[in-house]
Write a protein that binds this ligand. Structure first.
Ligand code: GLA
Length: 665
């Protein structure tokens, strides 16, 4: 199986290219500017359904033929999109039933994009027919390097509640549960008189007078992720049949901010993983969110090469305030993805649109043209990427892992929990940030992954746990495990483990909690080690664990808040409260020291090592990015590839700068 766009030399570098928005005489200049900027891969045709299929079954490929020929003549490879994420008006007008319905029964209108019901047979049939026509048309086109299926599944519509979705949901439930009795048990339908006596009674979790059954909600989340995945697979299977050697991807949104899809399942279905990531201009630590996303994507890729399919050269068009990037920022952002393992970085988009909803979104070629900060920086990075082409194929190894489980995120984010202040993505990011500040590289792994290679494993609110024994074995064998509150509370149906929280992990952690004590809005409690906590506390008893810190005030003075339990040759820590800022950094430092992990970077300088081969021999590279405001010294011996200079022990990295050192042993 081909696992990378074919014919791309070195790191992939380019953008979404939407030439259909421009008169044809602009295209030649596009290719000329792409060549100047070192572009070698563009995603073409993502939103061009209405132009490619002008009416039902009538395809017009002439424009796309000319675009692909031009790109090929310019030496630029094409990641050809299936344009199924934005439906043409002829389709929605003729078949309004393809449109999705919201939780409160409103049918969404066309007029933007992604207005489709994932379970609509009409939508699926039309999409698959178009994909087949496209694949047959371009199967032998020499520019074709990869398929870009659809665009950001679930970006705008994650769940559809229409009658057709209800039918598909029931089919999905029959496969999952087999019988209604099992479903009734799983959803605890004895509560509030919800017992079902026929499948037809089961509906999506539509707007209802009060809290909806949590089992129904959780299964609908699972179904909704799977329904979109089925759509992807339907398109992919056609592409694999017609163009077997051409790799297929779809651009994920594996970021802290998007949690609607179970990407562990999705990652298994693509030939290579690609991802979109956008920073939030108002977040002073936006580079940490970027690193989080890149590490998560590397985990999804599972050792295979991966591509950053989209980020922005400067401002986006969908935040409250669309802040322009500072000089050097697009460069740092690009290198950060590469540092964390990407074999290429592309932007949305090539040329900034004159019109349309995203006309103020930045691009590689801005409205002001190539004589701009943005295009010059684009040219600079494009040229530099050619100097670091040897990084392609190298990988990143980490000694710390975070277990991430989208299904736990869905379950713990339901409204019927002890507090609405708990924000799972923010919680995971807080723990990730503490590790990032300690300069440590982190892997993300799914529940059930082999943990034996890690010195430290973090379980941040791993809520759904049927069986804790893999974690018990890990600690028994010497592993260090850090578990946070709201872990191990329920089985995979969402039923609470009895006998005291955190049920599945009670023995491993040597604790027993009798009651949760979420805090009031803005309330902070103090711990006797100088830390503070917000959002969450619990009435915890240490059974075999050693108490590391207890509350000095708040609802539970004297009660343990942070514990450590030795088991076998390993250690299991429990953080039973929402530790904030310094306290979390200090605890993280303690745990890392105990696990024998030292960081490669610092709180301001991001340093990641990639390992691979050069000319058949083992090689390694340090990619360092100085996010701070003063010079940083990097211990290194080797060659700094961007400048070509030798490094004999120490290298100064000025603020805002990036270096890539090929290390010498
Ligand atoms: C997403 C989409 C693109 C574009 C960008 C804007 O990533 O895939 O089509 O809308 O956002 O940031």
């Amino acid at each position: 199986m081909t696992t990378w766009p074919t014919g791309v030399r070195g790191l992939a570098w380019g953008a979404d290219y939407n030439p259909e928005q421009w008169p044809e005489d602009v295209w030649a200049e596009d290719v000329e500017l792409m060549r100047r900027a070192g572009v070698n891969l563009v995603s073409v045709g993502i939103f061009s359904w209405a132009l490619l299929e002008v009416e039902d079954g009538r395809y017009e490929f002439g424009r796309l033929d000319r675009v692909l020929d031009l790109l090929h003549d310019g030496g630029i490879r094409v990641d050809l999109a299936t344009p199924t994420a934005a439906l043409p008006p002829w389709l929605t007008a003729a078949h309004p039933e393809v449109l999705p319905e919201t939780v409160d029964g409103i049918r969404l209108s066309p007029g933007s994009r992604q207005s489709y019901c994932p379970s609509s047979p009409v939508y699926r049939a039309k999409a698959v027919a178009l994909v087949r026509a496209l694949a047959e048309r371009y199967r032998d086109h020499p520019a074709l390097a990869a398929w870009h299926v659809h665009n950001e599944y679930g970006c705008h519509v994650q769940r559809c509640y229409c009658d057709r979705s209800a039918v598909a949901f029931r089919d999905w439930l029959k496969v999952r549960h087999g019988t209604l009795d099992v479903l009734n048990e799983a959803w605890a339908t004895t509560f509030w008189s919800q017992r079902y006596t026929s499948w037809e009674q089961v509906l999506p979790p539509r707007m209802s007078p009060s809290q909806v059954n949590p089992g129904l909600e959780l299964d609908f989340d699972r179904f909704s992720s799977d329904a979109l995945l089925e759509l992807f697979k339907a398109e992919r299977d056609v592409l694999r049949e017609v163009t077997p050697g051409v790799p297929v991807t779809t651009n994920f949104m594996a970021t802290s901010g998007f949690q609607a899809l179970d990407y562990w399942k999705w990652a298994a279905e693509v030939d290579f993983v690609s991802n979109d990531h956008y920073t939030h201009g108002e977040d002073p630590e936006r580079h940490v969110g970027l690193a989080f996303s890149a590490d998560l994507v590397r985990g999804l890729a599972g050792g295979r090469p991966w591509l950053l399919m989209e980020h922005s050269t400067s401002a986006v068009a969908w935040q409250h305030r669309n802040i322009a990037k500072l000089p050097g920022e697009l460069r740092r952002n690009s290198y950060a993805h590469v540092a964390h393992g990407a074999d290429g970085t592309l932007f949305f988009q090539w040329r900034q649109s004159r019109a349309g909803a995203e006309r103020y979104h930045s691009a590689m070629v801005p409205h002001a043209g190539p004589d701009t900060k943005v295009y010059r920086e684009v040219e600079q990075v494009g040229a530099e990427y050619q100097r670091i082409a040897e990084l392609v194929g190298s990988t990143v190894r980490a000694s710390v892992a975070i277990v991430h489980d989208w299904q736990s995120v869905w379950a713990v984010s339901q409204p019927s929990h002890p507090t609405k202040d708990f924000d799972h993505p923010r919680h995971v990011l807080a723990h990730y940030r503490a590790l990032w500040r300690a300069g440590v590289t982190v892997d993300f792994v799914p529940p059930g992954a082999d943990l034996s290679g890690y010195r430290l494993v973090v379980l941040p609110a791993l809520y759904l746990v049927d069986d804790a024994s893999p974690y018990e074995r890990y600690v028994e064998a010497g592993g260090r495990l850090l578990v946070t509150f709201l872990s191990g509370i329920s089985d995979s149906r969402g039923h609470v483990h009895l006998g005291g929280y955190p049920g599945a992990f009670r023995d491993l952690l040597g604790v027993r909690t009798e009651e949760f004590h979420p805090l009031r809005e803005a309330e902070q409690v103090s711990l006797d080690d100088g830390s503070t906590a917000a959002v969450w506390t619990e009435h915890l008893h240490a059974t075999t664990a050693q108490v590391l810190a207890s509350y000095v005030d708040g609802p539970l003075p004297g009660v343990p808040a942070v514990t450590r339990n030795d088991g076998g040759t390993g250690v299991a820590w429990y953080v039973a409260c929402g530790l904030t800022g310094d306290g979390l950094d200090r605890l993280t430092a303690t745990v890392l020291a105990d696990a024998g992990v030292t960081g490669t970077g610092s709180a301001t300088v991001e340093v990641v090592r990639r390992r691979g081969e050069v000319a058949g021999s083992a090689a390694s590279w340090l990619v360092a990015i100085n996010h701070g405001e003063s010079d940083a010294e990097l211990p290194a011996v080797g060659v700094e590839l961007l400048s070509g200079e030798r490094v004999a022990g120490r290298l100064v990295v000025p603020p805002g700068h990036v270096v890539v050192v090929r290390e010498e042993p």
